[in-house]
Design a protein around this ligand. Structure first.
Ligand SMILES: C[S@@+](CC[C@H](N)C(=O)[O-])C[C@H]1O[C@@H](n2cnc3c(N)ncnc32)[C@H](O)[C@@H]1O
Length: 275
């Protein structure tokens, strides 16, 4: 599976996949790839610059969310370690990183590459169904209990994950996030939020993503594969946070996805604290 620069998955054809395997093999033979760069054939998590995106979120985690080097953090939908890799340079041996995802080869790569160097970084594969990322998954996301204790984490984050999940599972995941967070601890989640400005941009053809298919409580860019990218009504998300007593910490940081010119990131970001 590949993704466009918008983080939207698209199927790669056999020729492209064959070429990627070949180039990856050549890189390995010539020792050309840094340990922290996943091979091309595992890049299913979005385009853009892998290292720069991770770095930019790490700064955000520290400056806005109050991450410290001893924090215990959870990365839900951790992909191929885009956020974990920069964290390896920041978290001390007292700190702890846990990540889980539904794509097995991504988790295997993270374990082999990251856990082997940083034993306080742990990755878990969970066989949860997602039409785009794990269509043979056996577990139902809306019933899934995160494999962690209550109040285990100082910080939980989801980058480009709720942009691929449907309403029932999103709501359940928020409850799980709240369960595993310590009191007053923050969570950071990225979204595509529908409000007056983004709706106007979509209908005016300025948005990079055209959310036009009803996916039952959210809008998708695809009728056949709704999870390829979904957008939520901003008010509905804010009301869900109020119901769950997740209190917004600062303003929503809007992204550039719908054509905003002055945005620092592609997706919209909400930081909230468990109350
Ligand atoms: C665009 S990728 C982003 C990956 C990573 N968060 C990052 O920023 O690099 C979306 C990720 O969400 C994961 N995902 C989809 N549904 C999930 C679910 N129900 N639980 C956990 N992860 C899920 C996918 O497998 C994929 O790795």
């Amino acid at each position: 599976m590949a993704v466009t620069s918008d983080g939207v998955p698209v199927l790669k054809d056999r020729l492209v996949r064959g070429k990627e395997w070949l180039l990856d093999a050549i890189d390995t033979l010539l020792g050309r790839r840094e340990w922290s760069t996943p091979p091309r054939h595992l890049m299913f998590i979005g385009g853009g610059d892998f290292a720069k995106t991770g770095e930019s979120y790490l700064n955000f985690f520290i400056d806005v969310c109050g991450l410290t080097s001893d924090s215990h953090v959870l990365d839900v939908g951790c992909g191929v370690g885009r956020m974990a890799i920069p964290l390896t340079r920041y978290l001390s041996p007292m700190g702890q990183y846990q990540g889980f995802d539904v794509v097995k080869p991504g988790i295997e790569w993270c374990r082999k590459t990251i856990t082997s160097r940083f034993p306080n970084f742990q990755f878990e594969w969970v066989d949860i169904y997602n039409k785009t990322y794990n269509s043979a998954g056996r577990l139902v996301p809306a019933d899934f209990r995160f494999p962690y204790e209550d109040q285990q984490f100082d910080f939980v984050f989801l980058t480009s994950v709720f942009t691929h999940m449907l309403p029932r599972e999103l709501e359940h995941y928020l409850l799980e996030i709240k369960r595993v967070l310590k009191p007053d601890a923050p969570c950071l989640v990225t979204y595509f939020l529908l409000n007056e400005e983004s709706r106007r941009a979509i209908s005016g053809g300025e948005s990079q993503l055209e959310f036009k298919y009803d996916a039952g409580g959210c809008l998708s860019i695809s009728q056949e594969a709704p999870e390829s990218a979904v957008a939520y009504d901003e008010e509905a998300i804010l009301s869900l946070y109020r119901r769950m007593t997740l209190a917004l910490d600062g303003p929503i940081r809007y992204g550039s996805w719908c054509g905003r010119r002055d945005a620092r990131r592609f997706q919209d970001v909400i930081v909230a604290r468990k109350k």
